[in-house]
Write a protein that binds this ligand. Structure first.
Ligand code: MOS
Length: 750
């Protein structure tokens, strides 16, 4: 059960905020009446596109013959690089500034070069999806193939330092003299961890319905951040951004794979313009493995130098990651290590090795997900070396300010999370010596890890209106990718205006609505929520102002107030609806906004993160090596919790991702052809219900007043951070076998 171990109420009404309110979009989702992009039935009958992918990873198309496909039944149009509409050039391959990553043109079929396996090289549009796919198989292609580079470790010597990592973080950080301090340390850990390619696999594949009306195009698609997506698509089509409308009302998961424009949207828009008819295109599940991003393969070296009492004097985290030759992406894998533990000498570095694959993209908890698998296991190794409890080791290295930025933390309850977790998980039952706990043929082990994730806030605006009947409509271009955005925004509006949940209609997912930072980086709730909070506060002020002018006479304007569905005039209360009918028969509206945190001094003055502690108990079969997670617990400090039900679901999902990363997930790259082999959900292993054991989440709630007016911090991605390391540490505790290559499959234990 979810519990709030501490509850410190915050300012503002909280009749609904903080409660386990059911998802307001739940009934629509479970009754199938919430349409996803590919299901939208709007405009004239659509045609269906099928994308043809390259059968080589690198080289040129010498000849492409589409004649048979063009004459196939039902086919309306075939696009190849020979007849593709003009599109702007794809920009330089190096990491651009943060905004340009999203807004750059991403043209398709621009030239005869193949940069990665399954790169789109053609599009067939037909009356049905099946006809388009069948015709695509009739296209004859002759390639000139070039040998590609696909391996990370064989090219480490050619690794380079990019200009910046994802999200604009510095590639390197150095404090003090790491090498000297590490050499002098009484206890040293120098270990390397390997993490594999991983793919997001949201339940809803990438899909687009494009409808042109004159020079305007409406794109129904599955996008996390509409304003970025819109700008990127407009740049690709070479049209003014005002001509593009993006609609994403319901989204079946994103996980970072739906932050930028992908081929389905570009092709649908191009083909629909040519055919003067709506075009629908989806990436198939298999196509998503090459065309919708991935987490790159990485090698991480963690060096920890400590005194005999466990205090770190040197902390080094080096990351080598594969990146696409065609477009660089450097995951910020070691950035969290700059804030997690005290150590006077520090070094973090990111290096890239170029491969001939498609670009890597953001994947749930970019940075911490792979990075904490390395550092938090290395901390476990250090604790064992020192004969120290892993929690005690972490407590001894708790910093009193951000160790690299040297600014105070806004709030930080990592130690409380670990201690509360230890108590609840019965951590005392763990044997410090591995392999000691046995139940029949099963070895049983316990492990823990810390969790940290930066708190962001993005620019956002909201519009809200109340009609004379007291019904509230709020509009933002925010998205709900399955996280519960509709619900928490409903709670915020209801509490701020003092009306019931049923009086609120939240409208999201339309680029015609006020701009927000969308869903990503776990900033959605705080950013969109703050904008809506302010819009509702402004609306409330307008209602009161109108009531003061047109309301019953009171001596003092301050005597007019609003709460619980009523307006109070002195000591007389009048129903809000009656007041509105009288003072604002046309209704009233207002706007609110918040600026991007990164740009404000108040935000910069503090190191803002959410925290947690993960605990895991696993069993390992002595004969087969089969690993089963038995119990997982996360104790979470993410500021004020807006909705304990949706927040809990987010953390449960994150813990399940951690379980997948620890034990199952790996996309296998065929080093001969540069092709992801297990490119479907039958062979890309993720946890299923039977793999997910007893999961528990506890929130150590508090109000982070440095973060935003809501006091909430990002938590969507926090559940992943450190979860896999806790499981890996439990596997070590069970077996005494330290596996440093993820996922921990049974063959690695035997
Ligand atoms: Mo997230 S990987 O920033 O959608």
């Amino acid at each position: 059960m979810t519990e709030n171990a501490q509850r410190r109420p915050t300012s503002g009404g909280d009749q609904f905020i903080g409660k386990a309110v059911d998802r307001v979009d739940g009934p629509r989702k479970v009754t199938g009446t919430a349409p996803y992009a590919y299901e939208i039935a709007e405009g004239p009958l659509p045609a269906y596109g099928y994308i043809l992918g390259a059968a080589i990873a690198k080289g040129r198309i010498l000849e492409i013959d589409a004649e048979l496909a063009e004459r196939a039944p039902g086919v309306l149009y075939v696009m190849t690089h020979l007849n593709a509409p003009r599109q702007p050039e794809f920009g330089p391959a190096v990491t651009p500034a943060v905004r340009e990553v999203f807004t750059r043109a991403r043209p398709v079929l621009r030239g005869d070069h193949v940069h990665y396996y399954d790169q789109p090289i053609g599009l067939v549009v037909a009356e049905t999806f099946e006809a388009a796919r069948a015709a695509a198989a009739l296209i004859k292609i002759r390639y000139q193939e070039t040998a590609g580079d696909f391996g990370l470790e064989e090219h480490l010597a050619a690794a380079y330092a990019p200009k910046r990592t994802n999200a604009g973080f510095e590639t390197d950080s150095a404090v003090g003299d790491f090498e000297a301090a590490f050499a002098e340390a009484e206890v040293r850990i120098d270990v390397s961890y390997r993490t594999p390619y991983q793919h997001h696999n949201p339940m809803e594949p990438h899909a687009t319905l494009a409808i042109w009306q004159g020079d305007d195009v409406t794109i129904h698609t599955s996008a996390q951040t509409l304003s970025n997506f819109r700008a990127g698509l407009a740049a690709t089509l070479g049209v003014p951004v005002e001509r593009v409308r993006v609609v994403s009302r319901y989204i079946g998961g994103g996980f970072g794979s739906k932050l930028i424009v992908h081929a389905d949207s570009v092709f649908a828009a191009l083909a629909a313009r040519i055919l003067k008819r709506p075009v629908k295109i989806t990436l198939t599940r298999q196509q998503m493995f090459a065309n919708a991003g991935h987490r790159a393969e990485m090698l991480q070296q963690v060096r920890l130098g400590a005194r005999a009492d466990g205090r770190l004097i040197a902390l080094g985290h080096d990351v080598w990651s594969a990146t696409a030759r065609v477009e660089e992406f450097c995951e910020q894998t070691a950035v969290f290590a700059r804030s997690l533990y005290a150590a006077s000498n520090r070094l973090t570095r990111h290096r890239l090795v170029t491969v001939d694959l498609n670009r890597g993209e953001w994947m749930r908890s970019p940075g911490e997900a792979p990075g904490m698998l390395a550092l938090e296991c290395a901390m476990d190794e250090l604790a064992e070396h020192l004969d120290l409890d892993p929690i005690e080791l972490r407590i001894r290295n708790e910093p009193d300010q951000d160790p690299e930025r040297r600014v105070p933390f806004s709030t930080r309850n990592l130690v409380a999370c670990m201690q509360e977790g230890a108590r609840r998980f019965d951590w005392g039952r763990r044997s410090p010596e591995p392999g000691r706990l046995r139940e029949g043929r099963k070895l049983v082990g316990m492990g823990m890890a810390a969790a940290i994730r930066p708190n962001y806030i993005g620019a956002a605006a909201a519009w809200v209106r109340i009609d004379a009947e007291g019904q509230v409509t709020a509009r933002l271009d925010m998205t709900d990718i399955g996280t519960g955005t509709y619900t928490i925004l409903t709670q915020i509006a209801a509490d701020t205006l003092g009306v019931p949940l049923a009086a609120i209609a939240i409208e999201l997912g339309d680029s015609r609505f006020p701009l927000t930072a969308g869903s990503g980086g776990s900033w959605g709730a705080a950013s969109a929520g703050t904008a809506l909070l302010r819009a509702c506060e402004a609306l409330k002020e307008k209602i009161l102002a109108a009531a003061r002018v047109h309301g019953a006479p009171v001596r003092n304007a301050a005597d007019v107030s609003m709460a619980a569905g009523a307006v109070r005039f002195g000591n007389r209360a009048e129903d809000l609806k009656d007041v509105l009918r009288r003072v604002a028969p046309e209704g009233l509206d207002a706007r609110g906004s918040v600026e991007a945190g990164a740009g404000t001094e108040a935000y910069q003055a503090f190191s803002q993160h959410s925290y947690g502690a993960h605990f895991a108990e696993v069993s390992v079969d002595c004969d087969t090596g089969e690993i089963r997670a038995r119990r997982l617990l996360a104790v979470i400090d993410a500021g004020r919790i807006l909705n304990t039900k949706t927040a809990r679901s987010q953390i449960l999902g994150g813990m399940t991702w951690g379980l997948g990363a620890a034990l199952m997930e790996k996309t296998v790259l065929d080093g001969r052809y540069g092709h992801f082999v297990n490119h479907d959900l039958a062979e890309y292993h993720i946890p299923v219900n039977g793999d997910v054991p007893d999961l528990d989440v506890v929130f150590l709630e508090e109000n982070d007043d440095k973060a935003n007016p809501l006091g909430a911090k990002g938590l969507g991605e926090l559940g992943v951070c450190g979860a896999g390391a806790a499981i890996a540490n439990a596997v070590y505790n069970a077996t005494g076998v330290r596996v440093r290559e993820f996922p921990l499959t049974l063959d690695k234990l035997l």
